[in-house]
Design a protein around this ligand. Structure first.
Ligand SMILES: Cc1cc2nc3c(=O)[nH]c(=O)nc-3n(C[C@H](O)[C@H](O)[C@H](O)COP(=O)(O)OP(=O)(O)OC[C@H]3O[C@@H](n4cnc5c(N)ncnc54)[C@H](O)[C@@H]3O)c2cc1C
Length: 421
C-alpha cells in the first residue's frame, strides 16, 4: 500500500459538469487545486452515460436568454474553438433550449479547460474514504491500481453526483425523496445506419413500441422518449430504456445494466421493423453506463424548494441561476414537466451548497440541498456547471481566508469570472 500523501488548497471529488466547473473556478482564484475522477475522462453523465444535450444554460422564454456564464460559457467557447459547438437549439413546442454535444469533443474540451486553468488532475482514481477532525474533513483516501493514497486539503467540493464525500464524512445525507423514491435511470442508446433523409417524428417511435408489444414484446418499457439526430455525425440518440435502479448499490446497478441492454436490443428490433428509415439501423453504443438521475442529497444550510423554483425565487446570497423546468422521470412513463413562472429563471442560494455538518465541505451539481421538485430542475448539466463554479470559488476563498466566505464575496468573485449572478 502506498504511503504517499498529497496536499492542496482545494480538492474536488468528481469530474462531471459540476466538478470541472468547481476546479476551474477555484484555480482561477489562484488556489492549488486537484480534481479526482474515477473514470478515464471528465464529463460525468455527458461522456460516461451519453447524456449529450446540455439543458439549463438558457431560460425558456423568448428572446434567447442565457442564465449561465463563467465556466459554462467558457466550455461552449472551447467547443466552438474545436469545431464542436452546435447550439443553442430551441424546441419550438416546449420552448426548451438545449446545446447538443459531441462526446469526444466534450472530453477534449474539458481536458483543455482543466489544463488551461492549471488544475492538477487524477483520473482513474476513486475516493473511498476520508478523515474528519471535529467538524472538518482533513484528508480524503483514494484508490488507484497502485494502492491507496491520501490527499489533504483546506477545503473540499463534493461533485460526485452521489454525495459520496458528504456521506463518508458523516455529513447528513438522504436518499431520494422523503420516502426514499428516486427518479428513473435510463440507458441511452446511439443508433447508426439510419437514413439521413427521413424526418424523425416522436409518434413513429411510440407507434413502433405499441406494434412490437402487440406482436408479443415483454421487454420494452417506455413508449415515449427523446430521439434526436446528433449534429456532426450520422448517429441518432434515443432515451427509452428506463430502469428502476439504486445507483448506490452494485447489485441493483448490475441488474439494471443487463436488463437495460436487453431493452436496447429489443428497441433496435422494434425500430428496425416499424420506423421508416431504420431498416438498416444498428446499435453504435449504449451508455457506457446506465444514466442514474438521482441518489443522495446533502443536508445543507438551506433546502431549496420546488415552490421557490416554480416561482422564480430571488435570494440575497444567490450564486447561480436555474432556467430549466421541473422534469420528473418515473420508470416507463413519459417525463412530467412543470414550468418556472413566466418561463424565467430562479436563483440558487450559496447556503444550499454549504454542507450543514462539515465546515470545509461545499457541494455542487446533483448533490446540492434541494427538495425533490427543485432537484428535478437543478440537476441538469447547465445548472450543475453554475453551482459547480460557485462551489469552487467558495472553497478557494475559504482556503485563502481560513473561514467560510461571505456570500457577497463569492458573488463578487463569480462576477469577476464572468458568471451570471
Ligand atoms: C438518462 C439521463 C438523461 C439526462 N438528460 C439530461 C439532459 O438532456 N440534459 C442535461 O443537462 N441533463 C440531463 N440529465 C441530468 C444530468 O446528466 C446530471 O444531473 C448532471 O450530469 C449532473 O452533473 P454532476 O457533475 O453533478 O454529476 P455527474 O455528471 O454524475 O458527475 C459526477 C462525477 O463524479 C464521479 N465520481 C462519483 N463518485 C466518485 C468517487 N467516489 N471518486 C471519484 N469520482 C467519483 C463520477 O464518475 C462522475 O464523473 C440526465 C441524466 C440522466 C441520468
Amino acid at each position: 500500500m502506498s504511503q504517499q500523501t498529497l496536499r492542496y488548497d482545494v480538492v474536488v471529488v468528481g469530474g462531471g459538469s459540476a466538478g470541472v466547473a468547481a476546479a476551474v473556478g477555484a484555480a482561477n482564484l489562484g488556489a492549488k487545486t486537484l480534481i479526482v475522477e474515477r473514470n478515464p475522462y471528465f464529463g460525468g453523465a455527458a461522456t460516461h452515460a451519453s447524456v449529450l444535450t446540455i439543458c439549463g444554460l438558457f431560460a425558456q422564454r423568448e428572446p434567447l436568454e442565457p442564465v449561465v456564464g463563467g465556466v459554462g460559457r467558457r466550455l461552449l467557447e472551447k467547443l466552438d474553438e474545436i469545431g464542436k459547438y452546435y447550439g443553442p437549439l430551441r424546441n419550438p413546442g416546449s420552448g426548451n433550449v438545449i446545446v447538443p454535444l459531441d462526446a469526444e469533443g466534450t472530453k477534449f474540451a474539458l481536458d483543455q479547460l482543466i489544463l488551461e486553468a492549471g488544475v492538477d488532475a487524477r483520473l482513474h482514481t476513486t475516493v473511498i474514504g476520508c478523515d474528519v477532525e471535529r467538524d472538518r474533513i482533513r484528508a480524503i483516501h483514494c484508490f488507484h491500481h497502485g494502492g491507496v493514497f491520501s490527499i489533504e486539503a483546506t477545503s473540499f467540493v463534493d461533485a460526485s453526483g452521489e454525495a459520496d464525500l458528504a456521506f463518508m464524512s458523516g455529513n447528513g445525507v438522504r436518499y431520494g425523496d422523503e420516502e426514499g423514491r428516486v427518479q428513473a435511470g435510463t440507458l441511452v442508446m446511439q443508433f447508426g445506419g439510419v437514413s439521413p433523409d427521413v424526418q424523425l417524428h416522436r409518434h413513429q417511435f411510440t407507434a413502433a413500441v405499441w406494434q412490437a408489444k402487440r406482436q408479443g414484446d415483454t421487454v420494452l418499457t417506455k413508449d415515449r422518449g427523446m430521439v434526436i439526430r446528433l449534429p456532426g455525425s450520422q448517429h441518432v440518440l434515443a432515451l427509452f430504456a428506463d430502469e428502476a435502479v439504486n445507483g448506490l448499490d452494485s447489485a441493483s446497478l448490475t441488474q439494471a445494466e443487463m436488463s437495460a441492454r436487453r431493452q436496447a436490443w429489443a428497441y433496435l428490433e422494434a425500430f428496425r421493423q416499424h420506423v421508416p428509415g431504420f431498416k438498416d439501423a444498428y446499435l453504435v453504443a449504449t451508455g457506457p453506463s446506465i444514466g442514474v438521475r438521482e441518489t443522495r442529497h446533502i443536508d445543507g444550510e438551506y433546502r431549496l424548494t420546488g415552490e421557490e423554483v416554480l416561482n422564480a425565487a430571488r435570494f440575497e446570497d444567490a450564486i447561480a441561476r436555474g432556467g430549466w423546468p421541473v422534469e420528473v422521470h418515473q420508470p416507463g412513463e413519459p417525463p412530467r414537466y412543470q414550468h418556472i413562472r413566466d418561463r424565467a429563471y430562479y436563483e440558487i442560494p450559496l447556503r444550499s451548497l454549504k454542507a450543514r455538518d462539515r465546515t470545509n465541505l461545499w457541494c455542487a451539481g446533483r448533490v446540492i440541498d434541494c427538495d425533490p421538485t427543485a432537484f428535478a430542475s437543478a440537476r441538469v448539466m447547465g445548472t450543475a456547471l453554475a453551482t459547480g463554479h460557485a462551489a469552487g470559488v467558495a472553497a478557494a476563498l475559504q482556503a485563502s481566508y481560513g473561514e467560510a466566505p461571505a456570500a457577497a464575496t463569492v458573488r463578487e468573485e463569480l462576477q469577476r469570472q464572468g458568471a451570471m449572478v
